[in-house]
Design a protein around this ligand. Structure first.
Ligand code: GSH
Length: 227
């Protein structure tokens, strides 16, 4: 089985920087699944996914990264959506490894909950810090696409939408509190460790780390590779 991972191109070099593609990058690395990565410029995502026969998302953006193409005995099948990809990789890899992205029955529920809280609470301040900087790490056509689409979505220029950076950092410090509490409790728990479930990493950690990486990579706007 050959896997091709579709990530989003940036001037930071061969790194995952988007909070969504980071999750897939972590799944592939954690499970040590051999794969090739193809970095797509934003305006090329839809064309690429259509050519692979990926059905459009019924809600929201039709074609997104992460996506993977899986080649098995000359047949190719491809899918998008980070959670669907994580489940697929975990299931298909189970015979090769004792590592699991969802290591126990509660891991999927925990991941869904962390994703929902991140989307509802953490996304707003992190996006306001990261999105104005993402503009500067994109390739020229990605940059043009990103500025145009986000300006349309927000109904105003990106910098106006982002507002005061200091307020966004203050809100982030406040909103990250629940995750700090969860991680401190896990560290002090019976199986103490740095992950939401203590000593065992799982998809919930990958969701949270995606946001930290987004903040970090968005700040690498000088075009130097740190991969
Ligand atoms: N629910 C999707 C969200 C993926 C997503 O929104 N990806 C963004 C990059 S962070 C994207 O590909 N956007 C394409 C566009 O803006 O046209 C997932 O979890 O994979």
């Amino acid at each position: 089985m050959e896997i091709e991972f579709f990530d989003i191109l940036s001037k930071n070099g061969p790194v995952s920087w988007s909070p969504n593609t980071v999750k897939t990058r972590l799944c592939l690395n954690y499970l040590a699944i051999p794969h090739k990565t193809t970095y797509l410029s934003y305006p090329d995502i839809a064309k690429n996914h259509k050519s692979l026969g990926i059905p459009p998302n019924p809600k929201g953006l039709e074609f997104t990264c992460p996506a993977i193409a899986v080649k098995q005995s000359s047949k190719v099948f491809a899918l998008q959506e980070s959670l669907a990809i994580a489940k697929f990789l975990d299931e298909t890899n189970s015979s090769n490894s004792d590592r699991k992205i969802f290591p126990n029955p509660g891991a999927l529920s925990l991941a869904l909950l962390v994703q929902r809280v991140v989307d509802r609470i953490l996304n707003s301040p992190v996006a306001k810090i990261a999105i104005p900087k993402v503009v500067d790490i994109l390739d020229p056509s990605g940059r043009e696409y990103f500025i145009r689409t986000r300006t349309e979505w927000f109904g105003m220029p990106i910098d106006d939408w982002a507002g005061d950076l200091e307020i966004a950092w203050k809100n982030l410090a406040r909103d990250v509190d629940i995750f700090s509490k969860m991680l401190v409790e896990a560290a002090n728990g019976p199986e103490g460790g740095p992950f939401f479930m203590g000593s065992v990493p799982s998809y919930a950690d990958f969701v949270f780390v995606g946001y930290i990486v987004w903040l970090k990579e968005a700040n690498e706007a000088d075009g130097e590779s740190n991969g």
